[in-house]
Design a binder for this molecule. Structure first.
Ligand code: COA
Length: 250
């Protein structure tokens, strides 16, 4: 990974973490999860950081896990960068705001379930095509999607891989606000700045009360992770990954 695939900046109490692999639609490599997780942990322990802003360069927020990485390295979830990534988000005691434009695929969508405020551009398009890829849902999505939208709708999204737009994401409660793409970053940054100016202890204690039982979610993510790791090695997934990698040469 180039150091610059994740850009970190801390200003005015906001730690901004920006995905910066736009030529690959911000598909995430192992080292990117590691840097993201370390930044979250460091920021959580740093009194100067009062809120996080997660955003992305380029036309898409995130095309999910890098498929080549899955093919080459598989995933042993218990020791994986993906687990560190989710743990760092679940253990964070400070508010997390996101700005989502374009495609948000797989973990590009599931990470949003754990943030506090998500803003999306009008062109945002979400999808979790896990089964299409021979995989199973991850990131707590098999628990949280049915709670948010009901079992039947969750089946369309998680099993059939149906994508959904910003309006639908808003109706599910995943997205707080839809804004024009050219206003997205500033709008989300302003929310993060607003958080950064609130009394930090009151904010931290309130968030802890509202976020509920993170251990239950972490346990569910771990359960999904075991099945996911097995699936990544399986024939169904390897065929799907190869098809993706070869699609331009067909
Ligand atoms: N892993 C690895 N590379 C990826 C990627 C991923 N998840 N998503 C996109 N890329 C790469 C493409 O291979 C392509 O690379 P290339 O220019 O070297 O050929 C580049 O990013 C641009 O992608 P492309 O597919 O040409 O852009 P698009 O605008 O037509 O489509 C997506 C964008 C996100 C819809 C499409 O790339 C896609 O479906 N990606 C896979 C998403 C996915 O299944 N993620 C895993 C979920 S578990």
């Amino acid at each position: 990974m180039s150091e610059e695939n994740i850009i970190v900046e801390i200003n005015d109490g906001v730690c901004e973490i920006k995905f910066n692999r736009p030529d690959k639609k911000n598909a995430i490599l192992g080292a990117m999860y590691e840097k993201f997780a370390k930044t979250m942990i460091d920021g959580n322990n740093d009194d100067k950081v009062r809120a996080f802003l997660i955003c992305a360069n380029g036309e898409s927020f995130c095309a999910g896990n890098d498929i080549g990485d899955f093919l080459n390295n598989g995933i042993d979830f218990a020791n994986s960068p993906q687990k560190k990534f989710f743990d760092s988000i679940l253990q964070c005691e400070k508010p997390i705001v996101s700005a989502v434009q374009g495609k948000a695929v797989g973990i590009g969508t599931t990470m949003l379930l754990h943030f506090d405020i998500n803003y999306a551009a009008e062109n945002a398009q979400f999808s979790t095509p896990f089964v299409n890829l021979g995989l199973v849902p991850e990131g707590g999505s098999s628990l949280i999607f049915p709670m948010k939208m009901g079992h039947q709708k969750a089946c369309e999204i998680l099993l059939l891989g149906d994508s959904f737009g910003a309006q639908e994401a808003h109706s599910f409660g995943i997205i707080n606000k839809i804004v024009a793409q050219n206003e997205l970053y500033v709008a989300a940054k302003n929310v993060a700045l607003k958080f950064a100016n609130l009394p930090p202890n009151a904010l931290k204690n309130s968030l802890a009360l509202m976020r509920g039982n993170k251990n239950e979610i972490a346990a569910h993510i771990a359960k999904e992770g075991i099945k996911f790791g097995e699936a990544v090695k399986g024939e169904e997934a390897r065929n799907a990954f190869m098809n993706f990698m070869m699609r331009k040469s067909k």
